[in-house]
Design a protein around this ligand. Structure first.
Ligand code: ZN
Ligand code: MN
Length: 477
């Protein structure tokens, strides 16, 4: 069986206030062609000016990916003709990418092969093109294309991995990890459905000739296209045919890749230095300063969370969701126990949010409130079942938890005298069952516990109830 060799080329849209080479504001979903100026419309005589924040974001990503940051770089023109690129070239980087020779670590639990370093060949800066929207006019029986220049000049990073990935699952895990790094750095939304993350894949068998599949815009598409392409190449080899060096496209509806143009080589683009932009000299002190201000990254965060006793899968989930991880840390800061916090945050909280189609930020729940809830359970004020009912309300009400316990009548009854009274009533009301229990039908314990819970409106302390119930049932014997 041949082995697939996979490399990923990912285009990342940065989340800066303005575009890469002009001051036009960035806004996803704005009315078409309202965020434009002479520079991003490519009007003659306009001159680009580099966005400093975009440059700093690139340095940050390069450092997060353990890359070398070049002290000297330059922009090049990548020449090609396409209606969404009126300049006739894209400003990009060629032989001097800003960052190179790094790696990304795949988490241990997400793939069978476990722990793996994937090489990062380069990270370079470029600009996005306008967006073409294809349609057809039934009235005039013609196809047409509309162009939206709001996207023209949006800062893009191209992240090129080494061909170190060996399965569609690994490719997927790589993308998830890269997205987590981008979100943790806060430099991109990483949303594939909004086009903020777009993926081209290269795949070959046993490091032979590769085919490229362009513009995959969902995790599912990446996995499916790779699975299909692996199968297709295997079949060609079996028939004694060569795999061609070509660019293919993913047909989502049919679930197949279809051949596009034969692949261009670099010389087809006639790269030459961009004369309108000065070469870049990156001050090493600036790089050091960016390095010092990097947040805790997913890799380190996973290790720290695992060392707190969290299950690896919990550590991975939190490390991949920076907002959740901050929430978690916030609860720990006010004394919440790590394991229970992770348990509630990733279990019950997510379940309720998911059912209501809401995100955590849309609710009044805060880390401090969650910590209070856990304290109420720990102190026995409410049962863990009562805690779930309380949480449900806390996700819509901003009244303090202790007040809600009162208002909802959730306080757990831990008074042994009261519980014994309920137990005695339950036994007296069910003489037949209590007789059967004494004859050895121990399963009836649950029946009696249920009767008492009903009397207590679900608030009897379960451990106390269990102990007293056993005592009383023995005693009646
Ligand atoms: Zn502009
Ligand atoms: Mn590119």
């Amino acid at each position: 069986m041949p082995k697939p060799t996979i490399g990923l080329e990912v285009h990342v849209q940065l989340r800066t206030d303005s575009k890469m080479f002009c001051a036009c504001p960035m806004e996803f979903g704005a009315e078409p062609n309202t965020r434009v100026c002479p520079v991003c419309l490519a009007l003659p005589g306009s001159l680009p000016v580099l966005n400093r924040v975009a440059l700093e974001s690139t340095i940050a990503l390069g450092l997060a990916l353990h890359c070398h940051i070049t002290p000297f770089s330059q922009f090049h023109r990548k020449n090609y003709f396409y209606p969404d690129l009126p300049k006739g070239y894209q400003i990009s980087q060629y032989d001097l990418p800003l960052a190179s020779d790094g790696y990304l670590t795949l988490p241990k639990e997400s793939i069978a092969a476990s722990f793996k370093k994937v090489g990062i060949i380069r990270v370079h800066m470029e600009e996005d093109t306008a967006k073409s929207i294809h349609g057809a006019s039934l009235a005039h029986n013609v196809g047409y294309a509309l162009l939206d220049f709001n996207r023209s000049g949006v800062p893009l990073l191209e992240v090129v991995s080494a061909p170190d990935l060996e399965s569609p699952e690994e490719a997927s895990a790589y993308l998830v990890e890269l997205r987590a790094i981008l979100r943790t750095l806060g430099i991109s939304s990483g949303n594939m459905e909004e086009g903020a993350l777009r993926c081209d894949v290269n795949i070959s068998l046993d490091r032979g000739t590769r085919a490229e599949v362009k513009n995959l815009n969902s995790f599912r598409a990446v996995r499916k296209a790779l699975e299909y392409e692996f199968q297709r190449q295997c079949e060609r080899v079996e028939r004694g045919e060569a795999v061609l060096l070509e660019t293919r496209h993913w047909d989502e509806a049919k679930g197949v890749t279809i051949p596009g143009r034969s692949k261009e080589e670099a010389e087809d683009y006639r790269y030459f230095p961009e004369p309108d932009l000065l070469p870049l000299e990156i001050d090493v002190r600036w790089v050091e300063q960016v390095h010092r201000s990097l947040p805790e990254l997913p890799e380190g965060r996973r290790e720290r969370l695992a060392s707190l006793g969290l299950h690896p899968s919990e550590a991975i989930t939190l490390a991949h969701n920076p907002e959740l991880a901050c929430f978690f840390d916030g609860a720990l800061e006010v004394g919440a126990p790590p394991k229970e916090t992770a348990n509630w945050l990733l279990g019950e909280v997510q379940r309720i949010l998911h059912a209501g189609g809401k995100s955590l930020e849309e609710t009044p729940l805060t880390p401090v409130r969650l910590a209070e809830l856990l304290r109420l359970i720990q102190q026995g004020v409410i049962s863990s079942k009562g805690g779930k009912a309380l949480l449900e309300v806390m996700l819509t009400s901003d009244r303090p938890p202790a007040e809600l316990v009162e208002a909802l009548g959730l306080a757990q009854v831990s008074d042994p005298v009261q519980i014994r009274l309920w137990v005695q009533e339950a036994i007296a009301a069910n003489p037949k069952q209590s007789e059967q229990y004494r004859q050895g039908k121990e399963a009836l314990l649950a029946f009696f516990a249920g009767q008492v819970m009903k009397k207590s409106f679900g608030n009897a302390n379960p451990e106390l109830l269990d102990r007293i119930l056993k005592e009383e049932l023995q005693a009646t014997a």
